[in-house]
Ligand binder design. Structure first.
Ligand SMILES: [Zn+2]
Length: 402
């Protein structure tokens, strides 16, 4: 990992001018350095603005104004002050002429440089390598390697698998019976659509640069490794093996750390994240709370009874998310369970939490998070950097148009 700041390489990074190894090192530094990440956001904004600039020819008036100016200097000496020496007058004449030419050359030069500036080297396609069988891009089978262009589908049958190089930010493996489409690849955003099947992603880019749209939520990478599968009904299961992933549909968001999983349903979005080593009864009760829309309040209360009874300290990951998803007495019961494991930090009140005060919820979560990390799976600096980013950075709202 870089120990020094990487600000001077950020522009080259955004334009894909670094080697894969350099990009990866830089991305690792970004995960743990808020200063460089702030700079990266500024550069990305600059790139987005520059991409929107129209290109124009030098306007005619520039020439029509400059030509007479130069012409005017040739025959007519400058008006002299009474005591001025003729040499000064001649010198001034030449000076103005030279200055006019310099202005002209500089203006033309800027225009020329702008017009001929190197275009960012962002390939509009990703390299796909066959692992097994014959994966297809569009209607063409891949025997060894292929290119997946923006808008194209990559499809595997029951016997084929493929690997995609996501530019210099990571790689994605596509399991059998899977259909994915490349939606966008730009320095500021890479986006796949997973229609059905299963993919495994390993991403070393800075957080929120790589997204996967599914029929029921968007997965935003936060520097991590995970698998994502989508069934025929459009429901998905996310399992995170390192770092963090955010699952989002409109204003419903679940943050999923390593060792945890989260289910999604079409029309509902992400459920509540849970650790995979939670008890079976815990998981079943959670599914009921998350997705059984016609459940009676008695049956929801019964599910919450089971869930609270089965909760361990690290299941406060689930309970903390549930605070905003249950109401009234149920919220009070969830609050009390969490408070039994980890007391409120200074400045946070019971009333504030029950009223879903965002700042207080965040402070409590920072304290709870110590019991969510799995030391084997989540490097602590990554988890800490993630929360700093989440707490400090302005967040883009990602919406599915479905
Ligand atoms: Zn730095």
């Amino acid at each position: 990992m870089f120990s020094k700041h990487v600000t001077k390489d950020l522009s080259a990074y955004c334009h894909g001018e670094l080697s894969n190894a350099e990009s990866r090192q830089l991305a690792e530094h970004l995960i743990s350095c808020s200063k460089c990440r702030t700079k990266l956001e500024e550069i990305k904004l600059g790139i987005r603005l520059a991409e929107q600039l129209p290109q124009h020819s030098a306007p005619d008036y520039l020439w029509t104004e400059l030509e007479p100016l130069i012409e005017k200097q040739k025959p007519t000496p400058l008006r002299l002050a009474p005591k001025q020496h003729p040499f000064v007058a001649v010198w001034q004449t030449q000076f103005v002429a030279i200055a006019a030419v310099l202005v002209l050359v500089t203006t033309f030069g800027i225009f020329w440089v702008y017009r001929n500036r190197p275009v960012p080297q962002t390939p509009a396609s990703w390299e796909v390598a066959r692992i097994d069988g014959t994966p297809r891009i569009g209607s063409a089978g891949i025997s060894n390697k292929g290119q997946l262009a923006v808008g194209q589908w990559l499809e595997t049958d029951g016997n084929s698998r493929a690997k995609i190089a996501v530019e210099s930010i990571g790689q994605v493996e596509i399991d059998p019976n899977t259909r994915v489409r490349l939606l966008q690849t730009q320095p500021t955003e890479h986006r796949l659509e997973l229609a059905h099947g299963k993919m495994s992603a390993r991403i070393w880019a800075p957080p929120r640069l790589f997204f996967v749209d599914t029929p029921s939520a968007v997965a935003a990478d936060l520097g991590c490794a995970y698998t994502l599968e989508v069934d025929d009904a459009g429901a998905s299961l996310l399992r995170v093996t390192s770092g963090w992933v955010a699952l989002q549909l409109r204003d419903r968001e679940s943050m999923v750390p390593a060792g945890a999983a989260c289910r999604t349903r079409r029309g509902i979005g992400p459920g509540t994240p849970y650790f995979e080593d939670a008890s079976e009864q815990f998981c079943q009760a959670l599914t009921k709370l998350d997705f059984e829309q016609n459940a009676t309040s008695a049956s929801r209360t019964a599910a919450l009874d089971v869930l609270l009874g089965e909760s361990r300290a690290r299941d406060t990951l689930t309970l903390w998310h549930l605070l905003a998803r249950v109401e009234g007495k149920d919220r009070i019961r969830v609050y009390e369970k969490v408070a039994g494991f980890v007391p409120l930090p200074a400045g946070v009140t019971r009333e504030g939490i029950l009223q879903l005060d965002q700042q207080m919820l965040q402070l409590w979560r920072d304290k709870l998070e110590a019991s969510w990390s799995s030391d084997l799976l989540v490097p602590k600096p990554v988890a800490e950097a993630y929360w700093r980013l989440k707490n400090g950075a302005s967040r883009r709202v990602i919406k599915l148009n479905k």
